[in-house]
Design a protein around this ligand. Structure first.
Ligand code: 26V
Length: 820
């Protein structure tokens, strides 16, 4: 990396006032003179003008980090779901007023201009969005943290609904350029693939290893600024793009043909072409493994190059001065890759390299679902990364010797804990590799960490109890409250002062206002205005009219069986059935919204989308339901959708099968914005309930233990037969009422519900869910009570700031403090 300078603000004096800068970028940088100006040009010019105001702090922050002797942290993640950057940067730089005024010159509003920005969808869901919230909090806390990821050409697909079905369309988010990124070709790195391993003796007679005959790919970094909140700090997210290496083209292909050499360039670029859109099932594709190794190798080489530049080949302090946080097992190749770089490229001995590696790697687990636990086939891994395979075997041999010491003669234990799952097609267990190579292993909510210790990783916990720790997730209140809910922001500033923006624990000071009638009145008005904004968006996207005096009941997240969008839909069918039968006593009008993407190959999830849309159309077509029930599927749910949805939500649906949702983070965004939660004792819901007060949370369903026990003798058909409400729901579903033109398409869903082996136990929880929903309705009918509970939820949300989470990572794992 080119050495940044520490001095003052060379470019600040070059900047004129904001309106002038905007005009300069429009007229000169973008060559756009004629008015009216297209809003997309105004967006680009505004982004450039804002970026100009970031560069000095950015350079200074980089210089501080570069020159400081402090430990540095690198967040390695295959996903960063950052969303839009313009308003975030404007807010954090505190230039709202100037930006508004500047844009007003062109007869436009900031909101319209901001919508021109692509919503950067470089992630699937919770794991990727968490990485983005974490970077925001790290910059807010001035921590020396760099994010490393991949600059995918295509992010998460766009979801279109046609005839009720999900259609995936490519998201070419870089098509119009990305004004936030800066390419740093001087920091390009070479990444090896394929080839073979050679053992030899060097000039001093020392046994050495090298990776020979490999195919090289070049990794080129693009830096994105991550501004802290009004604190002169701008951290970096460094994203790698793959391209063909010149050397490779010349040596291998000039001998053959020019056109093939160019085609090879395209092949190389494939590596960073597209984000894998399945967030739960690992699929063993070679390209995915290439992406993982590409990210890891480029990032580690980058960090080592900076170290060598400053310290030469003395690695004695390297482990103490670095921490690599692995966002799930996706970057777990970092363990053998750091070993390789230290041993093969820098001549360290195994023991010294291992000490360093295990001193600086830390692993976060984000899922308990067995199908999401990564395993790579040994044959694929050896073919693609032959030197890494050797190293993994060596790590395993030494690890199994430790297991033997702890449990002498216990071959079953060695088989169970081995990094290699034996069989006809042996596989590497990436989670085990990450645990063995790390000094810290954390879960993302209290229950989740407990389940890791007692279940999935129990043997490792027995071996190394001190490695395991919990870090309950959080979200940044700057995007998920201050930015997305300006009405509430204003009210909070007036009521408790503005400090909550970087210290969310202050939000508890809202507590006494729950019993203040005039405050509740303002609270209600703000929610109403937010509901109007969402109603407009719903109308525009679906043609369905949401009535803003009805309760807004929302479930948005990836579509997955364990998240049980089906349970929600069964409740909607129940309400619809009651309306048709005239049993509407005590019912309150509801607008139910579900949104989320299904993995393209996950057929059942896609069928659930179809069911939601078909139930929605049926209800829409039935005049009798008009007053009491609206049901929509919100298409193409993404970060920018949530910015409109969460401020308007009154009831947050967090209804996963207990023990399956590691944490959830949408649940926290809703709570902050005053929604009440209906939920199971799963993930962070448990902590949400504790912080809101049990009386301000609608609990239902089996807990994680109950789920285990119920599975042993589960008879959904008996439950259905014994409950007339459930019987009628199933009757409507199974009679083809919602799919008259396509009979039978939902049979797999209903037979899944009736299956004694249904892992999600939907029918087991349905009665409790319906009853809890009835309590929700009764509570909603009393606005005073509802608003009080709503305020108490916001007041109790202080714990769920990602600032708190990151402070815990910094104190308990990374051992770093703010940059001086
Ligand atoms: C797995 C795979 C498999 C291969 C293809 C690409 C891919 C991408 C992601 C994943 C694992 C996703 C795990 C995940 O997103 N977990 C969620 O993490 C959130 C943040 O900790 C947490 O709030 C959610 O409960 C958890 O489901």
């Amino acid at each position: 990396m080119s050495t940044p300078v520490l001095d003052s603000n060379p470019s600040e004096e070059l900047l004129a006032d904001f309106p002038l800068e905007l005009r300069r970028h429009l007229n000169i940088t973008l060559g756009c003179e004629s008015e009216p100006v297209d809003p997309s040009y105004v967006y680009r010019a505004t982004a450039l003008a804002v970026r100009d105001r970031l560069v000095d702090s950015w350079r200074r922050t980089q210089a501080k980090m570069h020159h400081s002797d402090q430990r540095k942290v690198f967040y390695l993640s295959l996903e960063f779901l950052i969303g839009r950057s313009l308003c975030n940067a404007i807010q954090n730089l505190d230039v709202d007023e100037e930006a508004h005024a500047a844009i007003h010159q062109y007869g436009l509003r900031l909101e319209e201009v901001a919508e021109q920005e692509y919503d950067a969808g470089l992630g699937n869901g919770g794991l990727g969005r968490l990485a983005a919230c974490f970077l925001d909090s790290c910059a807010n806390l001035k921590l020396p943290v760099v994010g490393y990821g991949i600059r995918y050409e295509y992010g998460m697909f766009n979801q279109r609904i046609s005839d009720g079905r999900q259609i995936e369309e490519p998201d070419h988010w870089l098509r119009d350029g990305n004004p936030w990124e800066i390419e740093r070709h001087e920091d390009a790195r070479q990444i090896h693939f394929y080839g073979r391993v050679e053992h030899y003796h060097d000039a001093n007679g020392k046994a050495r290893t090298r990776w020979a005959d490999c195919h090289d790919i070049t990794a080129v970094p693009f830096d994105m600024p991550i501004p802290g909140y009004r604190n002169d700090t701008v951290n970096t997210l460094r994203l790698w793009k793959a391209t063909a290496s010149d050397a490779f083209n010349l040596t291998e292909f000039n001998a053959g043909s020019y056109t093939e050499a160019v085609a090879e360039k395209n092949l190389a670029e494939n590596i960073s072409m597209v984000l894998y859109p399945n967030d739960a099932s690992e699929n063993g594709k070679e390209l995915r493994l290439k992406q993982q190794y590409f990210l890891v190798s480029a990032s580690l080489q980058d960090v080592i190059a900076q170290w060598v530049e400053q310290h030469g080949e003395d690695f004695s302090e390297f482990g103490a001065k670095h921490c690599f946080q692995l966002n799930d097992t996706h970057p777990a190749c970092a363990v053998p890759e750091l070993m390789r770089l230290l041993i093969d490229e820098h001549g360290l001995e195994w023991d010294q390299a291992w000490k360093i590696t295990t001193q600086c790697m830390a692993y976060t687990n984000h899922t308990l679902l067995p199908e999401a636990l990564e395993r790579w086939s040994v044959s694929l891994f050896s073919h693609l990364l032959p030197r890494l395979m050797e190293i993994v075997y060596e790590i395993n041999a030494r690890f199994l010797a430790d297991v033997e010491k702890k449990w002498p003669g216990d071959t079953e234990m060695r088989r169970k804990m081995s990094l290699i799952e034996e069989g006809d097609h042996p596989h590497i267990r990436m989670a085990y590799l990450a645990i063995v190579g790390s000094f810290s292993v954390n879960g993302v909510a209290g229950l989740h960490t407990q389940l890791l210790k007692n279940g999935l990783f129990h043997d490792f916990y027995t071996l190394w109890p001190k490695k395991f720790n919990n870090k309950t997730n959080g979200v940044t209140q700057r995007r998920w409250l201050a930015h997305c809910n300006p009405g509430l922001r204003q009210l909070l500033d007036e009521t408790i002062g503005s400090g909550w923006e970087n210290d969310l624990s202050l939000i508890k000071n809202l507590h006494p206002y729950a019993s203040d009638a005039s405050f509740r009145e303002r609270w209600r008005e703000i929610k109403k205005a937010n509901k109007e904004r969402l109603a407009e968006a719903v109308m525009q996207r679906t043609g369905i009219a949401f009535d803003t005096s009805a309760m807004f009941d929302v479930q948005v997240k990836r579509i997955h069986e364990y998240k049980r969008q089906l349970l929600n839909t069964l409740h909607v069918i129940h309400l619809y059935d009651r309306i048709m039968r005239g049993d509407t006593e005590g019912m309150v009008p509801r607008c139910v919204l579900i949104g989320g993407k299904a993995a393209p190959g996950y057929h059942l999830a896609k069928l659930i989308v179809k069911l939601i849309n078909d139930v929605s159309s049926t209800i829409k077509g039935d005049r009798r339901a008009d007053e009491l029930l609206k049901f929509v599927f919100y298409p193409n749910y993404r970060v920018s959708s949530m910015e409109i949805i969460c401020p308007a939500t009154e009831l947050s649906e967090q209804i996963s099968t207990a023990g399956k949702e590691a944490s959830g983070t949408g649940n926290m965004k809703f709570m902050m914005n005053g929604a009440l939660t209906i939920g199971t004792l799963d993930g962070a819901n448990i902590e949400i309930r504790e912080n809101a007060g049990e009386e301000n949370f609608f609990l239902f369903g089996l807990d994680a233990d109950g789920v285990q026990k119920t599975r042993l003798d589960y008879r959904p058909n008996e439950i259905i037969a014994a409950d007339p409400d459930i019987q009628r729901i199933m009757q409507l579903l199974e009679s083809g009422h919602f799919n008259r033109s396509e009979p039978g398409i939902f049979d797999v869903l209903s037979s899944g519900l009736r299956n004694p082996h249904d892992p999600w136990l939907t029918i087991a929880d349905l009665r409790g869910y319906i009853d809890a929903q009835q309590k929700v309705s009764e509570t909603y009918a009393d606005p005073e009570t509802w608003d009080r509970m709503s305020i108490l939820n916001t007041a109790g949300s202080g714990w769920f700031s990602s600032d708190r989470t990151i402070q815990q990572y910094a104190d308990e794992i990374w051992n770093v403090g703010p940059m001086a």
